[in-house]
Design a protein around this ligand. Structure first.
Ligand code: DCP
Ligand code: MG
Ligand code: MN
Length: 338
């Protein structure tokens, strides 16, 4: 289920970060690997020594410790620091890494890879880098995707989607979620929840993928398709949109929500992410489970919080009711910031 997947993907991201960090460390010190080994041996020696070593002479008397290391040991033992380390500057590549990480579709792993390959600018990457189609779009629209979208413009994008859907079937509803629903003055992207009473998710998907998206692509509003997922019946489409007469491309997410799940989806896609996390945690402490499709009870968990049984659906449709069952006073979207 989605909440567990998310915890897992957060775990994976953390692992990737650690790996990139380690990689960077490794790249930097590759040339003097012997020095790392020397330090490791010296550390081992010091650890095994029964009394604290505080002078150069004492250190020199030990195995695996030479003149230069002995001096450093004395400095650390007497001043509690190593002056040489005070001058170690932040990695010169850090700002390049930061730049690359903000390319849509590139995570820390990809960005580190580009840095390791020696790329220094986005232009260099465009020219010579090995890029996926989405990464190329991400770089070509780097400024666009990294600038905040004024609230009024977010609403306009939502209006275009709503209008096009109403032309297909007036029963469809579009709710702009995410930071916009929380009342933010600017948003990073446009999160459109698309729903319709009494509809299966297969029907939602058919209308959106086979009618809405082609229509809005033909009209020039949808300018790129970046990713689509249809796991577990839940459907998301990620892309880019551009208002008529404008040049700036915006990131837009279309989230297909069967009406039975609207309440849970509203909670999930309104966020913010930290608020969601704390609601999920609260649910699990009450023996329930909350995800973007509903609130479930009788969900058995093992010692590591791993799921042993799915549980039964308590509420999915009604946002307020989900708060009620959880025992949380209703919070307007504007106050769902942690
Ligand atoms: N979400 C979440 N956990 C994540 C990612 C998203 O719970 N790891 C939920 C909460 C978010 C919502 O999805 O509010 C929409 O995700 P966005 O990434 O679009 O984030 P926001 O809309 O909140 O902020 P922004 O203005 O940056 O788009
Ligand atoms: Mg958003
Ligand atoms: Mn989004």
């Amino acid at each position: 289920a989605t909440d567990d997947e998310e915890e897992r993907s957060a775990g994976v991201t953390a692992l990737q970060k650690r790996k990139a960090k380690y990689q960077k460390f490794q790249d930097k010190f590759q040339c003097d690997e012997w020095r790392v080994r020397a330090y490791r041996k010296a550390i081992g020696t010091l650890r095994n020594h029964p009394v604290k070593i505080s002078t150069r002479e004492q250190a020199l008397a030990l195995p695996q410790i030479g003149e230069r290391l002995a001096c450093k040991i004395e400095e650390i033992a007497t001043t509690n620091r190593l002056r040489r380390l005070d001058n170690v500057k932040a990695e010169p590549n850090d700002h390049i890494l930061q730049t690359f990480m903000q390319v849509y579709g590139a995570g820390l792993a990809k960005a580190s890879e580009w840095v390791a390959q020696g790329y220094k600018t986005l232009d260099e990457l465009l020219e010579k880098g090995c890029l996926s189609e989405n990464q190329r779009i991400g770089i070509n629209h780097y400024e666009d995707f990294n600038s905040r979208i004024p609230r009024a413009e977010v609403a306009q994008h939502g209006d275009v989607v709503r209008q096009a859907l109403h032309n297909i079937d007036p029963a469809f509803e579009v709710i702009v979620g995410g930071s916009y629903r929380r009342g933010a003055a600017t948003s990073g992207d446009i999160d459109c929840l698309i729903t319709r009473p009494d509809t299966t998710s297969a029907h939602l998907r058919a209308v959106v993928l086979e009618q809405l998206i082609p229509t809005l692509t033909a009209s020039g509003f949808l300018v790129a398709s970046l990713a689509a997922t249809h796991k577990d019946d839940g459907s998301k489409w990620h892309g880019a949109s551009c208002l008529p007469g404008r040049k700036t491309w915006r990131r837009i997410d279309l989230l297909l929500v069967p009406s039975d799940e609207l309440g849970a989806a509203l909670i999930y896609f309104t966020g913010n992410d930290i608020f969601n996390r704390s609601l999920r945690l609260l649910a699990s402490t009450k023996g329930m489970r909350l995800n973007q499709r509903g609130l479930y009870k009788g969900c058995l968990r093992g010692h590591g919080r791993e799921k042993l049984s799915e549980g039964t659906l308590v509420e999915g449709k009604d946002e307020k009711r989900i708060f009620e069952v959880l025992g949380v006073p209703w919070r307007v979207p504007e106050h769902r910031i942690c």
